[in-house]
Design a binder for this molecule. Sequence first.
Ligand code: DAT
Ligand code: MG
Length: 138
Amino acid sequence: MSERTLVLVKPDGVERGLVGEVISRIERKGLKLAAMDLRQVDRKLAEQHYAEHDGKPFFESLLEFITSGPVLAAVVEGPRAISAFRQIAGGTDPVDKAEAGSLRGDYALEVQYNLVHGSDSPESAERELKLWFPDLQA
Ligand code: DAT
Ligand code: MG
């Protein structure tokens, strides 16, 4: 059974020229790209995307960061795509949680600048895909 997940290469990853590396690892794992788009995130989309973190101490700086430069947004699909991409990405804290060999483990140092986003559950994936790719065919 195939599923879909939302993947973002955040502004730090785009700025550092790591889009190709992220896509390469997605493809190496056997996952497929169903859609892809480079875009500038506005405040409204940022707030909706990170709504679950509203009220947390890092919320404001998270919004500033995600709107600070272009983001590569991709729809990634395959068997267990949601968990599979989270595995490729590594844990949220790129030093304490992400293993070496994962994207965050290999390329990031600080929690805020952790390179990529991946939906964390089927419910999140459905919500985020509607938000970022409203016209995508089911
Ligand atoms: P993930 O991106 O692994 O799903 P999350 O949903 O808990 O992690 O948090 C969303 C983003 O917010 C995360 O990628 C980076 C930022 N963030 C999370 N915890 C943070 C913290 N304690 N300090 C600063 N930024 C944080
Ligand atoms: Mg999350």
